[in-house]
Design a protein around this ligand. Sequence first.
Ligand code: BGC
Length: 746
Amino acid sequence: MKSLNASLMTTAVWLALCSACPSAHAADAIASRPWMNGSKTSVQRTELLLKAMTLDEKLLLVFGYASGDQLAQVDSAVIPGVNTKEVIATVIPGSAGYIPGIPRLGIPAQHQADASIGVRNPNLERTSLPSSLATAASWDPRVAEAGGKMIGLEARQSGFNVMLAGGVNLAREPQNGRNFEYTGEDPLLAADMAAGLIRGVQSNHIISTIKHYLINAQETGRNIVSAQVSPAALRMSDALAFELAIEKSSPGSVMCSYNRINDVYACQNAFWQNQVLKGDWGYKGYVMSDWGAVHSTVLAATAGLDQQSGFPFDKAPYFAKPLKEAVEDGSVPQSRVDDMARRILWAMFDKGVMDHTVKAGPIDFAAHAKVSQSAAEQSLVLLKNEAGVLPLVAPKRVALIGSYADKAVLAGGGSASVTPIGGNAVPGLGPGGWLTQVWQPSSPMKALQQRMPSTQFSFDAGTDVASAAKAAAAADVAIVFVHQWTAESLDASLTLEGNQNDIVSAAAKANPNTVVVVESGGAILMPWQPDVKAILAAFYPGAAGGEAIARILTGEVNPSGRLPITFPASTDQLVRRQIAGKSDGPLFTVRYTEGAAVGYKWFDLHGHKPLYAFGHGLSYTSFELGGLQASQAKAQVTVKFSIRNAGSRAGDSVGQVYVRAPQSAHWEAPRRLVGFDKLKLKPGETGTSAVTIDPRLLATFDEATGEWVIAPGTYEVQLGAGSDDIRATAKLALAGRRFTSAQLRR
Ligand code: BGC
C-alpha cells in the first residue's frame, strides 16, 4: 500500500509539473497502467510493465512475422494466443516485418520498415536519400543526422515505428554488393556517420536498428559463410565501428547477421552477443535477427538473441511455441525470456515508441527531396579536375552519354531499395522482383538544361561505341555517365559492365574535354582515368541526384565530399582478388587474414598506391591546412588545427587527423584515422577546430585480458586533406596505459 501511495504521489507531482498537462483521464490511465507514467525512467517503466505481463505476453514480443506473401503461408497459432489471420489483417502490406501489440497493456504493435536510405515498401512511393556510402562521403555526421530525421519522419508518417536502418559493416571487401548500404572502410568514420543517421531516425520517437552484427562482409553465401578472423582484430575494426556507433547513438536494437563468425552463427554467438555487446559494451537494447538468420531455439536464446524476426524466413518458428516449451522444460530459464522482453520494452520506452503512437499521415515530399538533395550536394566527390574543365562555364554544345542521364540516376538494390516518388524511371532492368533495378526519376540532363539555357545539349544512350564517339566529337564538352548496379544478396565486380569502359575511352579520344560521372555502389576500376579531364563520384545520389550532379558540375555547389573508401588501381592490390564461395552448397570459410588492416590500412601496410586514396576529394577552391597542435591533458588527447580557404569561392574542407604509431605499438597498419572535422569557409576565411581522440583509436586490443592497451612511445600526428595528402605533422608522446571499454563509460 505504501509503495502504491508513493507512486500515486509521484504521478500527481509529475502531472502538476508536466508541460503537456494531461487530463484527469490520463491520470486514471496512469493509475491503472503505472508504466505509462512519463516521470519515471525507462528502466523503471519497463520493470513495472514486465511485472504485469504473463509468459505468453512476453513471448508475443520476441517473435516477429514477415509480411506479404510469406505471411499468408504461415499456419495460424504459430504462437499461443495469436491468430495469424489477425496478424495478416493488421500488418502494413509490403512492410519488412511485424510484431503484434498487446492492447491489454497498451503495448503497440511493432511495424518494421527497411532501411538506411528511406522507407522501403513496394506499395509506397517514398523519398530516398543518397546511398549511405555517399552520405559517408560528406564526412559530416550532421548530414547523416538530417537525412535520418527525414526518413524516420517518413517512417512514422507511413505507420512504422521500427526502422531497420544503421548499416555500419565496414567496406572490408570492396566487392561486397552491399557496401552502398554502409558507411565506408574506417571504423571511426563509419561509426560517426551511422550514429548520425540513427540519432536522426530515433529523433522521431521510433526505434532504429544498427546492423548487421557482425562481419557480414560479403553477400555470396551469406547464410553459410564463416568469417574467420581473430576477435582482437575485429574489436579494432568491424566491432569497433559498432561499439562507437552504439555509444554515439544508442540504437534501440542491434540486428545480428546471417553469417557465422569463427564458425558460430552470429545470431547464436554467445561471445559476440552476451559477452561483448551486452557485457563489455553494456548494451541495454535488444538483438533482433536478420530475416532468416536464426538456426535454433535454446542455443540462440541463451546466446543472447532477443527477438526472432520475419518468420517464416527462418526454417522454424524457433521463438514461438518451441521457446515456450523450452522455458517449460527448463532448457531456457524464465529469466532469459524476461530479459528478452525487458530489452524490447526498454527500447520501446526509451525511444518513445510507447508514448508516441505512430499514425500514417501526409508527407511533405517536396521538402524531403530537398533534404536528400542537400545530402547529395555535400557528399559527391570530385576525384579529378584538370585544366579547369569543371565547373562548366556555359559551353556551346554539351554531349551527355550513357546511363539514362536524360531521365534518371541509379539506386542500389535489395531491401534498401526505395520505391521512387513518381515510380521507377527505367523499369524492367535487373533480375526482377525484389532485385528490380531502380532508377530515381531525377534527370541530370534536365537539371543541366535549366541551368545552362543557351547551351545545346545532346543525349546518346552510350550503348554503341561509334555513336558515342560521334556524339562526343560534335560537342565542346562530353559528359559520360557510367554506372555499376550493386544489390543485396549479390556481390559486385569492380569492372564496369558491358562496353562502358570502351565508351568512355572512345569519348575521351574524340573529345579532349571529357568528364565522367560515376554512379556506383562503391569503388570501381577506371582504365580510362588518365585520358579524361574530370571525374565525379556520384555513388547512388538519391531522389534528387540529377539536380545535385548538375549543381556540382555547374559550380552552383562547390564539391566537398571526400572518399570514405579506397579506389584501388587494380584488383591485384586487394586482399582477395575474387570473392570466395558460392551462394548455396556446403558451409565454407573466408579467412580475413588482413585482420584489422582494412581499406587504406592494407594499402599503407603494403605500400600500394591506390587510384584514389581514402579521404581524397577536390574542390573548386583551395585550402591551406596548418596550425597543428597535439596535446594531452589527463588521459585525453586533443588535436587542434586550422584551415584557410585560400581561393575565391566559398567551400567546405575536411581536416583529417591520422596517427602513425611507433613499431613497438604493434598496430595492424602504420596509420589510423583518429579524428576529423568539416569546416565551411568563405573565401579568405580561416576556421579552427579541436578534435578529441578516442583512446581506443590509439590502442590495440588484448584478447587475453579484455583490455585496450596504449603502448608508450612517440607517435606522429598527421593533418591531411586526404590520407595521401598530409600537410602537417606533430609529435605526441604517450605514456603506456591499459583500460576497458566499460571504464570509458564511467
Ligand atoms: C536484410 C536486412 C533487412 C531484412 C528485412 C534482410 O534480407 O539483410 O538488412 O533489414 O532483410 O527486410
